[in-house]
Design a protein around this ligand. Structure first.
Ligand SMILES: [Zn+2]
Length: 221
């Protein structure tokens, strides 16, 4: 029963994160303003706001204008619910749980907008610095992020910021492993599905991060 309760709480958080992804880049308030369909602007009713249920019951179509609701909202709600349960079952340590949540949020932003709001990363980064021990090597990722901003490397500074926060939950060696996995996944995606324009890389880092965490878990147990 507790696990179901936690899953529901997680989906509510996931739903809120989806709202952040929709509203922050559009410059809309995240506190005021009723939730509405992005296509027809119809205000959503209470039952439309129940996480997961809305998309499951409406086959991912807006009830009012029948336009497609992005699957990303459903994935966000489900994955955050799942992460809450996994943390509760001790499959994730606190830094790993927080990093997984941050990764899921940044992935959604990166996928949708090819960037993410610096303030969201900063809130998590400061929490990591305050709550968990750090080493000087972690900060080398910040130097790389800064260099990327100054010189135009072909990789976004956001990816290096992601690595800085990941350092609090996995070793540098594991970070190198997950970078290789993420690159491989990115190349496969690029070749098989999307052959033009730039691809969002943080979703691949997130998948590789979770693969590595649960790969370790399976090996240990
Ligand atoms: Zn609509």
């Amino acid at each position: 029963m507790e696990i179901l309760f936690l899953f529901i709480i997680g989906t509510i958080f996931g739903s809120f994160f989806g709202l952040l992804v929709d509203r922050i880049p559009a410059g809309e308030s995240i506190i005021f303003g009723r939730s509405h369909c992005d296509s027809c602007n119809h205000i959503l009713s209470f039952r439309d706001l129940i996480p997961l249920f809305y998309q499951l019951s409406s086959a991912s179509l807006c009830r009012y204008c029948k336009s497609k609701i992005p699957l990303m909202n459903f994935i966000l709600e489900f994955s955050v619910g799942l992460l809450f349960c996994l943390a509760w079952l001790n499959y994730l340590s606190l830094p790993q749980f927080l990093m997984s949540i941050l990764s899921v949020i940044l992935s959604a932003f990166d996928y949708r907008h090819h960037s993410f709001p610096f303030i969201i990363w900063l809130i998590f980064a400061l929490s990591f610095i305050i709550l968990f021990p750090s080493s000087l090597i972690f900060y080398s990722w910040l130097v790389l992020a800064l260099l990327t901003e100054i010189f135009d490397f072909k990789i976004g500074s956001g990816d290096f910021l992601w690595f800085f926060t990941a350092s609090f939950s996995i070793s540098f060696f594991d970070e190198m492993k997950l970078l290789q996995i993420a690159c491989l996944l990115g190349i496969i995606y690029y070749l098989m599905i999307k052959k033009r324009d730039e691809i969002a890389f943080i979703p691949f880092l997130t998948i590789a991060y979770l693969m590595l965490l649960f790969g370790h878990q399976i090996l240990i147990r």
